[in-house]
Design a protein around this ligand. Structure first.
Ligand code: ATP
Ligand code: MG
Length: 340
C-alpha cells in the first residue's frame, strides 16, 4: 500500500532544476515531492507498491527489445513517454537504455543527464563512429537505467549524415556493437521523418506511437505509417508498429474519448489499454531533471506509466495484462483482475 507518510516532507524542490525557480508556490501538487534526502529509488518503489503489486517480477525479453518512439507531430508526448516508460521498466528490474535522438535533448534533460556541447553524445556515435559505450551514462538514482544523450551538435547531423557511408544504418551498427546486456532500448525521435528517425527505424523492430488525445491527433499518421512501410520494405524487414499509447487523456472532455475510440477502432490490438492522463505532475517533472516516477511516485501520471510498462512487458512475452486500469485511472489502490 502506498503510504503518503513516507514521502511527505517540506515543500522544497527535491533537486533544483533549470526552471525550478519559475515553478513557484502556485504549482499544484497531488502529493508533496520527495524530500531532498529521500533515496529516489525508494520513493519510486512506493509507486510500485501503490499499484498493489510490490515485488511483481515482469518477464524479461529473451532478446533486447528496441523500441522506436516516433510521431512526426510535435508535442504529442514522445519524450515524456520514452523517459517515463524507460524508468518504469527499470523499476520493474529491467536494464534499459534511452537513446536521445532529438537535437532538443529533452530526454537527456528529463533524465538529469548533462548534455552541454562538450559532452560525448549520440552525435559522436552517428557522425564520428564513436562506440556507443563511450557516450552512455547511468541515470542518477534509477538503477538499471542508462542514457545516450543528445547535444545541440545533433542539429547538424541530418545534413552531415547525407554524405556518409551507410547513412541510414549507423545507429543500428552502433547498437549491434554495444556489448552491455540490455532488456530494452527506447529511442526518442525528433518531430520529423528525416535521417535521424530513419536511423532509429532501421535499428529497431518495434515502433511505439504516442497519440495525443486532441482533435488533429490522427492527421499525419498516414505519413508516419507509410514511412514505416518504406523502411520495412527496403531497409528493415522486422520493423512494425507494435504499440500505440494514448497520451494527455482528459476524461472530462468528450473529445478525448472520441479520439480514443477512433484510435482504438483504427488500430485495435496495438493500442495499450492504459492511457496516460493529462497531469500537471508529468509536465513538472522534467524541470527537476526527473521522471514522474521519482518526482511524484504516487501520482496518477506515475501509476499510469508503470501500468503501461507492465502491459508492454507482458505483451512482449505473449501474455495479456489482465483487465488493466481504466483510462480515467480511478482505481489507484485496487489490484486489477488478471494480475499475473
Ligand atoms: P517534440 O515533438 O517537441 O519532441 P514530444 O512529442 O516529445 O515533443 P513531450 O515533450 O513529451 O512531446 O510533451 C510535450 C509537452 O507536453 C511537454 O511540455 C510535456 O511536459 C507535456 N506533457 C506530456 N505528456 C503530458 C501529460 N500526460 N500531461 C500533461 N502534460 C504532458
Ligand atoms: Mg520530444
Amino acid at each position: 500500500m502506498r503510504s503518503d507518510a513516507n514521502i511527505a516532507g517540506p515543500m522544497t524542490d527535491p533537486v533544483p532544476g533549470p526552471r525550478s525557480e519559475s515553478l513557484g508556490e502556485d504549482v499544484s501538487r497531488e502529493t508533496p515531492p520527495p524530500m531532498d534526502d529521500t533515496p529516489i529509488g525508494r520513493a519510486a518503489q512506493l509507486a510500485v507498491e501503490a499499484l498493489g503489486r510490490a515485488g511483481e517480477a515482469l518477464p524479461r525479453p529473451e532478446q533486447t527489445r528496441v523500441m522506436v518512439v516516433a510521431n512526426q507531430k510535435g508535442g504529442v508526448g514522445k519524450t515524456t513517454t520514452t523517459v517515463n516508460l524507460a524508468a518504469s521498466l527499470a523499476l520493474h528490474g529491467a536494464r534499459v537504455l534511452v537513446i536521445d535522438l532529438d537535437p532538443q535533448g529533452n530526454a537527456s534533460t528529463a533524465l538529469g543527464i548533462d548534455h552541454h556541447a562538450e559532452v560525448p553524445s549520440i552525435y559522436d556515435v552517428l557522425v564520428e563512429s564513436k562506440p556507443l559505450s563511450d557516450v552512455v551514462q547511468p541515470v542518477p538514482d534509477v538503477e538499471g537505467l542508462f542514457c545516450a544523450p543528445a547535444t545541440i551538435d545533433l542539429a547538424g547531423a541530418e545534413i552531415e549524415l547525407v554524405s556518409l557511408v551507410a547513412r541510414e544504418s549507423r545507429l543500428d551498427r552502433a547498437i549491434q556493437a554495444y556489448e552491455q546486456p540490455l532488456d530494452y532500448i527506447l529511442i526518442d525521435c525528433p518531430p520529423s521523418l528525416g535521417l535521424l528517425t530513419v536511423n532509429a527505424m532501421v535499428a529497431g523492430a518495434e515502433v511505439l506511437i504516442p497519440i495525443q488525445c486532441e482533435y488533429y491527433a490522427l492527421e499525419g499518421l498516414g505519413q508516419l505509417l507509410r514511412n514505416v512501410e518504406l523502411v520495412r520494405g527496403h531497409l528493415n524487414p522486422k520493423l512494425h508498429v507494435s504499440t500505440i499509447l494514448l497520451t494527455m487523456y482528459d476524461g472530462r472532455t468528450r473529445l478525448a474519448s472520441q479520439v480514443a475510440d477512433e484510435v482504438r477502432s483504427h488500430f485495435g490490438n496495438e493500442v495499450l489499454r492504459t492511457s496516460i492522463p493529462r497531469s500537471v505532475r508529468i509536465s513538472e517533472a522534467p524541470s527537476y531533471g526527473q521522471t514522474v516516477l521519482t518526482y511524484d511516485p504516487g501520482s496518477s501520471g506515475s501509476l499510469s506509466y508503470l501500468e503501461a510498462a507492465r502491459e508492454i512487458a507482458l505483451r512482449g512475452a505473449g501474455r495479456t495484462a489482465g483487465q488493466g486500469l481504466s483510462v480515467n485511472y480511478e482505481a489507484q489502490h485496487s489490484t486489477p483482475e488478471g494480475t499475473q
